[in-house]
Design a binder for this molecule. Structure first.
Ligand code: MTE
Ligand code: MOS
Length: 707
C-alpha cells in the first residue's frame, strides 16, 4: 500500500458475495424461541385489556408488566415505551410479545389475542397538528432592517416526503439470558452502546450484566441507530420471562410499516433580496416526528442548521419545530435532517432566481458562502469552500451549461428534456459539542505477542466499509501488512465506547483516534510483547464553542461539499421522468480507499435520486401505511440510472486521518433539488415545484393544469 487511498478488497466481501456471512436469520434455531409482536390496530386508542389465549407449554406472553426496570427506551428523551402504557399512539405500537418454539404457533397465538380498545381520535396530519415536541429558534443580524430595505421579498412553502431506509436485511434482534443473571443482546445494529445503555435501564441491571454485540448487518442507513434499542428491549424482556433465548426478525411488511423512517417536512421560507444578493431569510421548519420523540431532536437540530443552505445570509431567523402525530416514530435516515432542508433551501433559492429572471446557477454563485464567512449559527467556515471549482468540474463532465442553454429553448413533442444542478454541504460529525461533552470517544489498540494488532472500537460496519478502511490507517502508521491488523464485530465486553456509528463521524473522529493510537504504539513498540494503548477524543482547538440553547458557535468543525447535476427526460403522455445522465462531485477530504468512498458516493447518489422521484410512503385515511412491500415501495436500481458518475474533489482536512472528513451521508443530500430543477426545465420553466418526491401523477397534474 503506497497511498492510503489505494483500494483494498473489502474484508467482508467474500463472506457476503458467497452467501457465507451469517446474519441473525441464518442462525440455527434449536432451543431459541421466536418472538412476535402484538401491535395496536389503531393510530390512537386506550388499551383496556388483552384476552390472551391459553399458551401451550414452552410459550410465553410478555408485556409492560414484565419489565424489570423502566418501561422506557432511552434515546434522547424518555417517552418511547418498550411496550405500550395506557394508550397506543400509532398503528403498530407494540403492546406485547409472544415467544415460543414454533413460529407458526406464535403467529396463531398473536392472532388469537383479543385486545380491547377504546378508540380515540388520532392526529394524522402534520400540517394541522398543534402538539409540538420541540421548538427551537435562532438567528443573527437584523431581520427587520433587511426586509425593510429589500428590493424584493419572496415567500414559499416547501415540502419533503416520507422515505424508508430500505436496508436489505430487516430489523433483527436476539436476547440470551446467561446463568449469572446477565443478559446478552445482539443483532443487526449500528450502535452497540446505545443498546447497552437502553437495556441497563429496561432490565434494571448494572452495566457489567448487560452484554451487547453486533451481528453481521445488512445495511442500516440510520434505521438501525435507535430502533434496535427498542426491539432489543422487547426480546430481552421476553427472554427474561421465558428464561430462554428469544429472537425477533421483522418481516418486510412489519419493517416498512412499523420502524422509523425519514421525517416528512413542511417549511415556510421568506427571503429579502437586494442588489442580487439574499440579505435575509426567515425560515419556519416543521418535521413530523410521529408518535414518540426517539432521535427527532438531533435530526431536527441538524435540519435547521442547514436550512439556509450553502449561502451567506447575514440576517437570519430560523424556527424549527417537531410535530407530534399518531404515526410511526421517525428517526435517523442517512443525512439526518439535512436532505429535507437542503432540498427546501436549494429549491427556494432556484425559484427566487427564476422569479427575478436571473440564471439560477449564476444567482447561486453570487450568494455562496466562502472560507472565513460566518455560518448560520455564527460559527465559521474555517476551511476552503471548494464549491466554485466543483461546479466547474461537474459542468465540464456533464455539459451542464450547453445542455441547460439548449433545453431552455421552447420544446415541443412528447418527450422533453431538462437539466438541474444543486449544491450542498454536510456538517462532519455530531452536531455541536456532543462529541466533547457527551460521547467522549475512546479507541484502543491491543498488540499481541505475535506482533499482530487488534483495533478495539465500538463502531460498526453496515456496508460503508469502516472495518476495511480503519485497519488501513493502523497498517500504514505501524508499517505492518494490512493482514496483521485485526478487527472484529464490536462487542461491549471487549471494546471501549468510541461512540455511535452515525453522523458520518466514525472515519473522521474514530479513524483519527486510531491513527493517533497507532503512532503511540509505534513509538513504544516492543517486539513480541503484549501491549495496549488508548486515545481519547479532544476537540480541535480552532472551534468556536457551540451552545445549543441559542444555536451559537461552530455546529461542526468542518464540512463536506457536493455538487450534483441531473439530466432527465420527461414523457408528457405518461408523466414519467427518466434520468439520462447524472454527475456528482464530492469533497470528503482524503478518501481512505478510493473505491470504497466512490461506492459510497454512487450508492448515495442513487438513493437521493430515489428520494426525488419514486420513494414515497403512502397512508390510508386511518393512518395505515399502504405501500408496505418492495413491489409497492420502489427504490431505484443501477438500471434506472445507467450513466451515473461520481467524482472526488480532494481538500485535505488537517484534523481528520490523512485529511479525511465525514463522507457517508453527504451523497444523499443534493439529488432531489437537482432533479426537481431539471423537471421544471423540461416543463418549460412555467411552474414552481416545491415538493419532493415528484411522481408521474404529479407531472400529469401539472401538465393538465397548463393545458
Ligand atoms: N453505506 C452503506 N452501504 N450502508 C449503510 O447503512 N449508512 C450511512 C452511510 N453509508 C450506510 C452507508 C449512514 S446513515 C452513515 S451515518 C454513514 O455511512 C456512517 O459513516 P461513518 O462510518 O463514517 O460513520
Ligand atoms: Mo446516519 S443517519 O447518521 O446513521
Amino acid at each position: 500500500m503506497t497511498s492510503i487511498s489505494d483500494p483494498v478488497v473489502k474484508r467482508d466481501h467474500d463472506a457476503k458475495i458467497s452467501g457465507r456471512a451469517l446474519y441473525l436469520c441464518d442462525y440455527p434455531r434449536d432451543g431459541i424461541l421466536t418472538g412476535k409482536l402484538l401491535r395496536s390496530k389503531y393510530a390512537k386508542a386506550r388499551i383496556l385489556g388483552v384476552d390472551v389465549p391459553e399458551l401451550p407449554e414452552g410459550y410465553v406472553y410478555a408485556d409492560a408488566r414484565d419489565i424489570p426496570g423502566d418501561n422506557n427506551v432511552q434515546m434522547v428523551c424518555d417517552d418511547t415505551p418498550v411496550f405500550t402504557r395506557e394508550t397506543a399512539e400509532y398503528i403498530g405500537d407494540p403492546i406485547a410479545m409472544i415467544a415460543g418454539p414454533d413460529p407458526e404457533v406464535v403467529e396463531k397465538l398473536i392472532s388469537q389475542c383479543q385486545v380491547h380498545y377504546e378508540e380515540l381520535e388520532p392526529t394524522l396530519d402534520m400540517e394541522t397538528s398543534e402538539e409540538f415536541f420541540f421548538d427551537y429558534n435562532y438567528g443573527k443580524g437584523d431581520l427587520e432592517k433587511a426586509f425593510a430595505e429589500a428590493d424584493h421579498v419572496f415567500t414559499e412553502t416547501l415540502r419533503t416526503g416520507h422515505t424508508e431506509q430500505a436496508y436489505m436485511e430487516t430489523q433483527s434482534m436476539m436476547a440470551e439470558p446467561e446463568a449469572d443473571g446477565s443478559m446478552c443482546i445482539h443483532g443487526s445494529l449500528q450502535c452497540p452502546f446505545y443498546v447497552k445503555n437502553a437495556l441497563k435501564r429496561v432490565l434494571g441491571l448494572p452495566a457489567e450484566k448487560v452484554h451487547v454485540y453486533q451481528d453481521v448487518t445488512g445495511g442500516a442507513f440510520g434505521g438501525k441507530e435507535g430502533f434496535p434499542s427498542m426491539l432489543g428491549a422487547q426480546v430481552a424482556v421476553t427472554a427474561n420471562k421465558a428464561k430462554a433465548p428469544v429472537v425477533c426478525i421483522l418481516d418486510r411488511r412489519e419493517d416498512i410499516e412499523f420502524t422509523s423512517k425519514k421525517h416528512p417536512s413542511v417549511s415556510v421560507y421568506k427571503a429579502a433580496v437586494k442588489d442580487g444578493k439574499i440579505t435575509a431569510m426567515d425560515i419556519d421548519v416543521k418535521f413530523n416526528a410521529g408518535a414518540y420523540t426517539t432521535l427527532t431532536p438531533v435530526v431536527l437540530q441538524r435540519g435547521i442548521i442547514c436550512a439556509s443552505g450553502v449561502y451567506n445570509v447575514e440576517n437570519l431567523h430560523i424556527r424549527g419545530r417537531a410535530v407530534k402525530t399518531n404515526s410511526v416514530p421517525n428517526g435517523a435516515y442517512r443525512g439526518f435532517g439535512g436532505p429535507q432542508t437542503f432540498f427546501t433551501a436549494e429549491t427556494f433559492v432556484s425559484h427566487i432566481a427564476r422569479k427575478l429572471g436571473l440564471d439560477v446557477l449564476e444567482f447561486k454563485k453570487a450568494n455562496l458562502c466562502k472560507q472565513g464567512d460566518l455560518t448560520a449559527t455564527s460559527g465559521k467556515y474555517h476551511f476552503r469552500v471548494p464549491l466554485p471549482e466543483m461546479i466547474q468540474e461537474v459542468d465540464e463532465a456533464i455539459g451542464y451549461s450547453r445542455k441547460h442553454a439548449e433545453y431552455s429553448k421552447p420544446q415541443t413533442g412528447r418527450y422533453r428534456k431538462g437539466i438541474g444542478m444543486s449544491l450542498c454541504f454536510h456538517g462532519a460529525g455530531f452536531t455541536g459539542s456532543a462529541e466533547q461533552d457527551v460521547i467522549k470517544a475512546v479507541a484502543r489498540l491491543h498488540k499481541y505477542s505475535d506482533n499482530s494488532v487488534e483495533i478495539l472500537i465500538s463502531n460498526t460496519d453496515m456496508g460503508q466499509g469502516l472495518h476495511s478502511t480503519v485497519p488501513k490507517i493502523a497498517a500504514k502508521e505501524l508499517n505492518l501488512p494490512y493482514s496483521k491488523i485485526k478487527m472484529k464485530l464490536p462487542d461491549t465486553n471487549r471494546v471501549p465506547d468510541s461512540g455511535p456509528t452515525a453522523a458520518s463521524r466514525s472515519m473522521m473522529v474514530v479513524g483519527e483516534l486510531v491513527r493517533r493510537a497507532s503512532i503511540k504504539l509505534r513509538e513504544s513498540w516492543i517486539d513480541g510483547e503484549e501491549q495496549v494503548v488508548e486515545e481519547q477524543f479532544k476537540q480541535p482547538d480552532f472551534m468556536i464553542p457551540f451552545t445549543l440553547a441559542n444555536f451559537h458557535g461552530d455546529a461542526y468543525p468542518t464540512y463536506s461539499w457536493a455538487v450534483n447535476a441531473i439530466e432527465i427526460e420527461l414523457d408528457t403522455l405518461t408523466g414519467l421522468t427518466k434520468v439520462i445522465d447524472a454527475c456528482g462531485s464530492y469533497e470528503v477530504g482524503t478518501p481512505i480507499d478510493e473505491n470504497i468512498v466512490l461506492g459510497q458516493m454512487e450508492g448515495g447518489f442513487l438513493q437521493s435520486i430515489g428520494c426525488a422521484c419514486i420513494e414515497h410512503i403512502g397512508y390510508d385515511s386511518k393512518g395505515r401505511i399502504r405501500n408496505n412491500s418492495f413491489s409497492d415501495f420502489l427504490i431505484p436500481t443501477a438500471k434506472d440510472v445507467p450513466h451515473l458518475k461520481a467524482m472526488l474533489h480532494v481538500v485535505e482536512y488537517p484534523n481528520g486521518p490523512y485529511g479525511a472528513k465525514g463522507a457517508g451521508e453527504l451523497p444523499v443530500v443534493p439529488g432531489p433539488a437537482a432533479y426537481i430543477n431539471a423537471v421544471e426545465q423540461a416543463l418549460g420553466n412555467k411552474t414552481y415545484i416545491s415538493y419532493a418526491p415528484i411522481s408521474a401523477e404529479d407531472v400529469c397534474e401539472i401538465l393538465a393544469k397548463e393545458a
